[in-house]
Design a protein around this ligand. Sequence first.
Ligand SMILES: *Cc1c(COP(=O)(O)O)cnc(C)c1O
Length: 421
Amino acid sequence: MDHFLYRNGSLHAEDVALSEIAASVGTPFYCYSAATLTRHYQLFKEALSPLDNLVCFAIKSLSNVAVLKLLGDLGAGMDVVSVGEYLRARAAGVPGERIVFSGVGKTREEMRTALEGGIRQFNLESEPEMRALSEVAASMGLRAPVTVRVNPDVDAKTHEKIATGKSENKFGIPIARAREVYAEIARLPGLEAVGIDVHIGSQLTELEPFGQAFDKVADLTAALRADGHTIRRLDLGGGLGIPYTRSNEAPPLPLDYGALIKEKLGHLGCEIEIEPGRLISGNSGVLVSRVIYVKNGEGRDFLILDAAMNDLVRPSMYGAHHDIVAVAEPAPGAPTQPFDVVGPICETGDTFAKARDLPLLAEGDLVAFRSAGAYGAVMANEYNSRPLVPEVLVRDDHFAVIRARPDYDEMLKRDIVPEWL
Ligand SMILES: *Cc1c(COP(=O)(O)O)cnc(C)c1O
């Protein structure tokens, strides 16, 4: 459920009409609902209760500092995959003890910055990285708290680009090697193992792959404890999927996911960490765009929007579906027609939807892409020299621009023409 509903014939974010924001900010823009972000975070907290737990928001899904502050103030931890994300979490006021550092290629500089600033744990992804972190931490007179991200060789049954838990994926250390790796960690001067980490992919729509992974983590916990290691935390990653259409069957609920965690791992007495991104941010955001032209092609009509693949890349990158709705509520029973919904970018990949049944939209009308809060603004770029799309946050009856649309001067200023040209 979210807080984007029609009221008085117009799509609102909470108590604010999206048309009002469009008039003030221009289009396209992302709009997030504070109430929806809060609710989704709370769903996980309720699902994990009464386990000792930390819900670490995966910043990579939506990294605006205002959103991070909102979640951080509720008590959320953060899952970061770069020092840039680490600095965002800190800028949002999140203490280092609530930040976990994931990612396959952490550099020594990134490790040093996080160790200096404070970090809850590093999730190690390879043996060379393990040795590098030990060196960095030891050189600072520290022992870095670590987990090993194990690759359980489980099929997450999701899109190939976001499946991460099979042995052929680049992520983690094969679970069969885990005991050797923990033995080496115990010998290294700069590391202290605190737990185990696993993350098998994103947009999972079934619980079964999670169950398989959690079973393997439970077995590994017992084996490592028998080897004499202290395993007090289990980081179970993120990945719970969201409904992108209102018609398809609903993915599992956080409550059922929490019940599975308790069933499989509750008896181990570990602190549970999870790293949800999409489920917190996805349905908390929409992308609002205006129709520039309606073009009647041969056998099809194109709705040409002022948003493009540079603003929302998921349809062209993953073949993803986003519901597209008119901001002005169509009358009940109003006619629809199929449109190819496209952006202005000079490539055919800049297509959001084909033959999508929509109301009879016209030039100047506003549309909203639903479920665009996750992997939307964060993946935006300036392709075709289109300025980065702005972001707006709504709470109750007020809104604020939380990232402004850059002007063209700002864009041009970044390029440097050498003197010798
Ligand atoms: C991407 C990612 C997540 C978040 O995934 P969602 O599907 O957005 O929940 C969590 N942990 C790690 C390590 C990730 O790479």
